[in-house]
Design a protein around this ligand. Sequence first.
Ligand code: SF4
Length: 487
Amino acid sequence: MSIVKIDSNDNTEFKSATEELGVYFSSLAAKKGRKITYNVLTYGCQLNESDSEKLEGMLMSFGLTHTEEEGELAKADVILMNTCSVRENADKHLFGNLGVFKSSVKQDKDTIVIICGCMMKVEENVERIRRSYPYVDLVFDPQQIHRFPVLLRDSLRKSKQLVNIGAIDYIAEDDYFPIARQRKFRALVPIMYGCNNFCTYCIVPYARGRERSRNFDNIVIELKDLYSRGYKEVMLLGQNVNSYGLNNEDGKTFKDVLEAASDIGFNRVRFMSSHPKDLSDEVIDLMATRPNIEKHLHLAMQSGSNKVLKRMNRPYSIEQFLDIASKFRSKVEGGSLTTDIIVGFPGETEEDFCETLKAVEKAAFDAAFTFQYSIRPGTKAAAYEDQIPKDVVTERFDRLLKIQNDLAFKSNEDKVGKTFEVLIEGMSKAGKGTYTGRTLSNHLVNFTIPEDIMPQDEDLEGRLGIVRIDHARPYSIDGVLERFSDV
Ligand code: SF4
């Protein structure tokens, strides 16, 4: 399939649709005598978050205002749900919310409901919306985001439900979109789109199309601009960042992007996600030697059984995976290694599962996202006949969780008595007067700030400080800020 490159200088239709929507919403505001509001609900991964930042940017460019009513999605005039089909219960969230929106639409016929994201690449979800939720105005998939203003304009012109599910592997540079960045210190920067790997449990290659990488020079321009605007942390995103550039002609690889981001001078450069088959020694060396590249590697293992890995279409052996893990540990001082694991994949025997437990202990992951396998419609594994009974999956999952929680707690306990630089993210949910942030190794830290060093009336989000750790918990560490390190 060919890749369509969209030039940000040639977006006439995008611009004219944006203008038309601006006129539409300003006359709606005049009719109602108030601002017209929007709200966006995002599920799933950081790529979905990044898509939502673009969608929000576009909604704002139509003249809409984010609703003040935090968490009250249904009270906005324009309600947008960016769905995910990877996370469990996504369908329950979507259809549960759609039921709630019905009364909003009944109360105000001008309410606009929009659904997008990976779930819209599953035909049965789209059919259900067509059949049972006629008040949804617009449905589109992740490959159509660059056409959002055009699609919304067309659905309003027709005043009937518009469903636009396509299969164009487009690549639009980020300057094509207005972007409403959600964090003032961290910028999400997708460097590539789509995936070619077709893991048998995953819908992403169908939902987001084939792998394609952004232009290297454009990424560097965007990174320099973000740095000049004061962003301290950049997160380079892709389903498989380590295969960045494979189809580009300039020969640039992920190592070049990582090095360029580090050279620009951000306090922190992070990246997500890495596939074990593509992670190069050069990238690990760069992580080891550059002080501003995170000392954290998220590497999805998925299973410790070579038989299961093969059926998952994960082209590495557990021995190769563990080699990479020990290489990372030996080279990157103080590094943390995290992973994803699926329990109860079709055909997984007790013996296979024990291989996973053994691998988990050998790799000594600092943290793991553990999932109970459940069927994802539209994937190859959904048709496998040897699905594992739910009670067996749950029992195995609990055993894995126990081992992994002990490992995570041990990793956190090792930090007690030491100091770490923390990038402050804001107030912690842990309690009044407590702040939260992350170390360069991505450990979550909750900490207090002594009164004598607490700045007056200052928003601390994005500040850097040295925290002494005095307590470990299973999923976080606690401490006290000793001093700010960015002054
Ligand atoms: S690498 Fe596998 S799990 Fe990750 S997005 Fe691609 S197909 Fe899905």
